[in-house]
Design a binder for this molecule. Sequence first.
Ligand SMILES: Cc1cc2nc3c(=O)[nH]c(=O)nc-3n(C[C@H](O)[C@H](O)[C@H](O)COP(=O)(O)OP(=O)(O)OC[C@H]3O[C@@H](n4cnc5c(N)ncnc54)[C@H](O)[C@@H]3O)c2cc1C
Ligand code: SF4
Length: 443
Amino acid sequence: MANMRMDKNPMPEQDPALRRGNFDEVALGYDRETAMDEAARCLRCKVPKCVQGCPVSVPIPAFIAQVAAGDMEAAYAAVAAANDLPAVCGRLCHQEDRCEGQCIRGIKGESVAIGALERFVADWHLAGRTAQDAPPAPEPNGHSVAVIGSGPAGLACAGELLRRGYDVTVFDAFRHPGGMLTHGVPSFRLPRAVVEKEIARLERAGVKIVTGVQIDENRSIDSLFEEGFEAVFIGAGAGVNVPLNIPGEDLKGVYTAYQTLPLAEGVSLGKRVAVLGSGDMALDAARSAVRYGAEQVWLICRAAAAEALYARKEDVARAQAEGIEILPDHEAAEILAGPDGRVAGVRAVSVEPDGSQTDERVIAVDTVVNAASASTGQRLLDSTPGLNATAAGGVAADAVTGATSRVGVFAGGDAVTGAATVIGAMAAGRRAAAGIDVYINSR
Ligand SMILES: Cc1cc2nc3c(=O)[nH]c(=O)nc-3n(C[C@H](O)[C@H](O)[C@H](O)COP(=O)(O)OP(=O)(O)OC[C@H]3O[C@@H](n4cnc5c(N)ncnc54)[C@H](O)[C@@H]3O)c2cc1C
Ligand code: SF4
């Protein structure tokens, strides 16, 4: 008999006054008792719409039934068969637009806390409380594939190829794998140890990860084929913030989010910071600025309201509790200089669809952070003859198979779409793995 309580079990979290001063994880996770209680709210629908809402089709009712029964090992095995990064997805997926958005319990009350439960079982596993580890790799099929980029797209592609018997090598330009999970998302939302452990599990399963190797004109995609790889997947992400193209953008004190996010603790961005952008990255840049010591932080965004930001709703609420002032329906028209030539303010305007301005205000700030959308860097496109780009500058790839304009080269994730989501990138990586499988087997 399901627990018919209307509300989710709340996620315990660090007190806002405390967390403003540290980079420790804000959301603390369910304990076993709370997880079992929440799992009992699932109705075990015969046609589970939540699964349709999940881009990698996690068997949600099945794993939640195992949590309700207290068998966390079986719950983890069910999740991990579909999702190579469940502890990451439980924390970062926009569940309200995905699985939880489809949950039948959400019609009259709150949906089942699917993400929190996925996080719980993954954390249970990562804490070493289960005997279950990487499933044994299937018989090698004798084919090898190179993956460029160790973010969610590359890792999901590699994990799926491994399950299909491929020998997979992932190359990443950075010294530490994980893409934006390691180099973007701050530790107060995704602790580094969580990412490291999920990647270590994939490595134990057999994925080879080579870091500090940039694939470009010096070691090109063509040279990977010469080395014997039979197909290449590009999961190179979108690591460049799009320029704002407004006056004052080149002033001292203007940074991109990618410059500020990986800063070490103790770095100061000044007392008053304006962050420009509407997504998770912008929210994270603003929340990081608070933790770097800023006293006032504004998030200037085109979204019509705080609730309309393209970010996890619970993180919007947490950011507001940390004192971030969200200025919706506005965009920066100009960054203003002070007498010393550094940033002194931002002129923000509200622009109607017909181009008229209905509001203008000047906010005095020490620092401006550009967290506007991101696009793919050019180097892979430039160093790979015949690789076509999208109009937005990404790698052009088939939406179903991931095939690009170059035979044997596939692509997915932010490299194709521009900055998007973890689970979208993972789903694209998995689809491309299936496309690579068909391609190699049909040669
Ligand atoms: C601050 C921030 C917060 C975010 N929060 C969320 C969130 O809450 N929820 C959510 O769903 N999404 C979030 N995102 C978006 C999410 O992180 C990305 O959509 C996702 O990481 C994209 O995965 P990817 O594998 O396509 O690319 P990436 O994660 O960017 O990984 C690409 C990798 O490719 C490597 N690479 C690039 N070029 C080369 C080359 N030529 N040779 C070798 N290696 C190369 C890079 O070093 C990098 O490691 C956030 C992003 C940021 C920046
Ligand atoms: S992977 Fe994301 S969308 Fe899928 S069930 Fe987990 S939290 Fe929901």
